[in-house]
Write a protein that binds this ligand. Structure first.
Ligand code: DC
Length: 233
């Protein structure tokens, strides 16, 4: 793909709708960097959990979280076995821990803190400074890269998303139930789309893809077609 310009591709949408799978495959197809911005919010959440920065009701203690941000370093390291990058929190590979249900149940509250978002958005912009990147998240097309050449907004029915997520957790031997996964997903969707800081929105220039009835291969084919159309324009 070297003869083409390196564009920025922003993929936003609800949790577990196939965004990351699509983003990863698309990055591989184009020879681009893939960044899972949700992993960064999960990394900050894990740090806060380990340092007891939640009150007895399970809510983050904002002023303590904000103070802790100076001590948190978030990076990615390429994992050749998986062909994707793992999240590194203060020099420790925490890729498995950040996928656990207890992190999933707390991450939306951490992601709603303005200062957390400011720090991570700055990091995300640095990672994408040279283009040639596919980044997925909730505010990539609206806030992080508002001038991205291609913006995709991915959706799928909640029950289908919960089923996919549940199957993924079971395959990793993580104990949970379908009902718990569905409840967490609906709660996170609500928090992510109603928060005051950078809520999840579909920007007017984003192309919507409903993956409810699509296989990962078809999703990739659709996304790649949009990307190639963009590259030859
Ligand atoms: O994509 P994910 O489920 O790993 O994201 C984890 C959480 O982080 C999700 O609840 C929303 C939040 N998030 C966000 O607010 N902004 C992003 N760019 C990415 C994720």
């Amino acid at each position: 793909m070297s003869e083409f310009k390196k564009i920025t591709i922003a993929i936003d949408g609800y949790s577990s709708c196939g965004k990351s799978t699509m983003a990863k495959a698309l990055a591989k197809e184009l020879g681009y960097i893939f960044i899972d911005s949700g992993a960064m919010y999960r990394g900050v959440t894990l740090y806060c959990m380990r340092h007891n920065l939640f009150n007895s009701r399970g809510n983050p203690i904002h002023e303590q979280v904000i103070k802790a941000l100076t001590f948190i370093s978030i990076n990615f390291e390429f994992n050749a076995l998986k062909g994707t990058s793992d999240l590194i929190l203060n020099a420790e590979n925490v890729e498995n821990e950040i996928r656990m249900p207890d992190v999933a149940s707390k991450v939306s509250a951490i992601a709603s803190i303005k200062e957390v978002r400011e720090k991570l958005v700055e990091e995300q912009r640095k990672l994408g400074a040279n283009g040639g990147i596919v980044m997925d998240g909730r505010d990539i097309g609206s806030v992080v890269f508002p001038n991205a050449e291609l913006k995709l907004f991915v959706t799928a029915k909640p029950e289908i998303r919960a089923q996919r997520r549940y199957a993924e957790l079971v395959s990793k031997n993580i104990e949970t139930s379908y009902e718990e996964v569905l409840k967490n997903l609906i709660e996170r969707d609500h928090l992510d789309s109603t928060r005051s800081e950078s809520p999840l929105i579909k920007t007017s220039d984003a192309i919507e893809i409903d993956t409810s009835e699509l296989t990962p291969q078809t999703q990739l084919a659709i996304a790649a077609q949009f990307a190639y159309n963009n590259l030859i324009c």
